[in-house]
Design a protein around this ligand. Structure first.
Ligand code: MSP
Length: 700
């Protein structure tokens, strides 16, 4: 397909089981910046983002939140979209995998693979990681997922299989012919090593849950969520549609130029996706670029670690440009990088408020004051070495910035632009235009004109270059420069000396008000409030409230169970004492420290599930008989939406053994099961051990 002058870039489609945070914002901002620059370079650009809404993980999160998967997906997908709109992300389309256009396209791709003989029916017996939606080879029941460490689940199913094994050689040949396909180099090497080590056929359908796209002609199967998700990159352009406009769009923009992803989903994009496309005889994307992780407090942000930062806090305080600039300047693209409010405010003050903000306000206000707001005429003959040095540096900056940006070295590109800003600020200080203005003679006026014209030219160049990174502030500087709409500027033509004499400046106003130290505290408080509100919100959701759902993490801790440890994201599922629960203010507050004696009051023991069954008329409850070594207990727990009873039999669990019994649906419950509370739906995930532990063992 030959379609010159176009550029198609995609973000991953984000799962709707977690609300957007600045990790997602990072990828989206990187893509938005690239897309904006491509458009300024005169390239017909298509930028796609969206949400990934099918699969077992989403089905369970929805169940835990007490709503249908579609209602759940609508809510969170809406939050992603609202955030991108608030940030003025320039996406051209937002695809949801629950849309008919996508479902039709995925079925068309599945059929195409079937017709070409790459799909057959077989049966899968092995481990599956629901969190990563990944089939895990060569580990036994209960073993941890090699990707995320969470316990895997055993799956025995009749499935459709994709002949991935047949794609090993074609893939290796493709990687060899297209060294640009996977970047950076380290990821490419990892992928090649993985494929060389041998590929097994991939199960591409599931029967044990419903929330997915039915296999054409065999609707008891739903299509594997990664085959479903990856296809979005083509279905959004119209793959699978008969409408000629869709077909034209697909022909125009496919193959994608850049699939931008985080490093944890390299295998799906660099092995499975090209394998599906090779088998389907469809063109492959030109490149897959994997970036590193944004860390907060030294670990990857995730709700279960409780270390999430939301973009909204930063948008409400410093604004979107501050966040965008920080992400692109502070994180070395491709590597992991840390986020902190201190560093954010530090960068904002130093680079934006001081360096660029000062250059802009002092240059423009002096032109207003000394030349009545008009760009003065200057004679090229009267230029000093210092003036010429700035011109030379500006020309070099343009060339270097473009080269670095195109190599995805955003941080270096911004450093380059800021070297010009610093050089001009220094030039202004050294040439003292305010003192030259004092002199008042004709030569001095001409000198003043040259100094300010030199400064304003450099300001114009930096503004144009960094517009894709900080679009709002640069648009304002551009209109203060009297140059109108920055979006109309053609970046390919950018060169020294293009601002016409006599250009009338717009209203000159400061662009970046400085942030004082209290801003850091304010942001931290806002974050804390947001997470508490988030907790409250989930607590009031139907499935979470009431005895039937079982006592969940935060409730068990907050309701004053004697000595329940305040472990963030961990909690108890089951039933508690029949004693009335004191309100949080009467007892222990989340986050408050307890003594070791308090903790020792809780008897935690390893139990093994012997019997598990649904409780009639209560779709969230399971009745279990749990062997504690010395006795067998009946425990009723609100985990039915997350666990099928048959799969629990034989499983070792952690029990709070010394709770007073209570009755639920007429059944006596004698203890509580410990579980993490995961995702926005507070999905219970049972605690377990990687090593074998004897039944009855005490935890301390
Ligand atoms: N739904 C899949 C992707 C399917 S694409 C066909 C998925 N979704 S996700 O919601 O987990 O999003 C993962 C992506 O979000 C990462 O690959 C990355 O682009 C972005 N990030 C999420 N957290 C991040 C960080 N903490 N740091 C950097 N990027 C992060 O995987």
């Amino acid at each position: 397909m030959d379609n010159p002058g176009k550029f198609y870039i995609t973000t991953p489609i984000y799962y709707v089981n977690a609300r957007p945070h600045i990790g997602h914002t990072y990828t989206t901002v990187v893509c938005d910046t690239i897309a904006r620059r491509q458009r300024m370079m005169g390239i017909d650009t298509f930028f796609l983002t969206g949400t990934d809404e099918h699969g077992q993980k989403i089905e369970r999160s929805a169940a835990a939140a007490g709503c249908s998967p579609k209602e759940f997906a609508d809510k969170v997908s809406g939050e992603f979209r609202e955030l991108w709109d608030r940030m003025k992300i320039t996406y051209d389309d937002f695809i949801r995998t629950t849309e008919p256009r996508h479902m039709r396209g995925v079925q068309a791709l599945f059929t195409r693979l079937q017709e070409r003989g790459y799909i057959y029916k077989g049966s899968y017996s092995g481990q599956y990681c629901v969190f990563d939606e990944l089939y895990v080879d060569a580990v036994g029941p209960g073993a941890p997922c090699p990707e995320c460490g969470r316990p895997t689940e055993t799956v025995h199913e009749e499935n459709y299989f994709f002949k991935l094994s047949a794609m090993q050689e074609p893939l290796l040949a493709f990687y060899a012919e297209h060294p640009e396909f996977i970047r950076p180099e380290t990821r490419r090497n990892e992928v090649i090593a993985f494929v060389r080590s041998g590929l097994r056929d991939l199960s591409v359908s599931r029967t044990s849950f419903k929330w997915g796209i039915p296999v054409p002609g065999d609707p008891k199967h739903v299509i594997y969520v990664w085959l479903d998700a990856l296809a979005n990159y083509m279905t959004a352009l119209g793959y699978g549609s008969d409408d000629p406009r869709d077909q034209q769009k697909l022909a125009r923009y496919w193959p994608a130029d850049v699939h931008m992803i985080g490093k944890e989903i390299v295998r799906f994009h660099c092995v499975y996706w090209p394998a599906f496309l090779l088998a389907a005889e469809l063109p492959l994307p030109r490149s897959i670029i994997a970036h590193g992780w944004l860390l907060f407090e030294e670990s990857k942000m995730s709700k279960s670690r409780g270390n999430i930062v939301r973009s909204e806090t930063i948008l409400d305080t410093l604004g979107q440009d501050a966040l965008r600039y920080f992400l692109l300047r502070e994180i070395v693209f491709g590597q992991d990088g840390s986020f902190s409010f201190d560093a954010l405010v530090g960068r904002f003050n130093a680079d934006l408020a001081n360096d660029l903000g000062n250059l802009s306000s002092r240059t423009l206000s002096m032109i207003s004051r000394y030349f009545e707001g008009e760009i003065p005429y200057t004679s090229p003959a009267a230029r000093t070495e210092a003036d010429q040095a700035i011109e030379k540096l500006a020309a070099q900056t343009i060339a270097d910035f473009h080269a670095q940006f195109e190599a995805f070295a955003f941080s270096r590109a911004l450093e380059t632009a800021w070297s010009l800003v610093s050089a001009v600020n220094k030039y202004i200080v050294e040439n003292e235009p305010w003192a030259v203005a004092e002199r008042g003679d004709k030569d001095s006026k001409a000198r003043l004109a040259t100094i300010l014209r030199t400064s304003v030219e450099a300001l114009r160049i930096v503004t144009a270059l960094v517009h894709p990174v900080i679009p709002e502030a640069t648009a304002r500087i551009w209109s203060q420069l009297g140059l109108g709409d920055i979006q109309k500027m053609d970046l390919r033509q950018l060169a020294w000396g293009q601002i016409p004499s006599g250009t009338k400046l717009g209203k000159v106003e400061p662009v970046f008000p400085r942030a004082d130290k209290s801003m850091i505290e304010r942001m931290q408080q806002m974050e804390q409030q947001r997470s508490t509100e988030g907790e409250k919100k989930t607590e009031s959701e139907p499935a979470a409230a009431g005895a039937e759902a079982g006592q969940r993490a935060t409730e068990a801790v907050a309701s004053g169970q004697p000595g329940a440890p305040p472990i963030p994201g961990a909690g108890m599922v089951g039933t508690s004492s029949s004693a009335p629960s004191p309100t949080p203010s009467q007892s222990h507050r989340v986050g408050e420290k307890i003594t070791i004696d308090d903790f020792l009051k809780v008897e935690l023991r390893v139990g093994q599930v012997k019997v598990a069954e649904k409780v009639k008329g209560a779709d969230k409850l399971l009745r279990m008989e749990v062997d504690l070594g010395t006795e067998t207990r009946q425990i009723v727990a609100g985990i039915a939406k997350a666990y099928e009873p048959e799969k629990l039999i034989g499983r070792k669990v952690v029990i709070v053994a010394n709770l007073q019994p209570r009755k639920l649906r007429g059944l006596e419950s004698n203890g509580m099961i410990v579980a993490a509370s995961v995702g926005d739906g507070d999905l219970p995930v049972l605690a377990g051990f990687l090593e074998d532990v004897p039944v009855g063992a005490k935890l301390k």
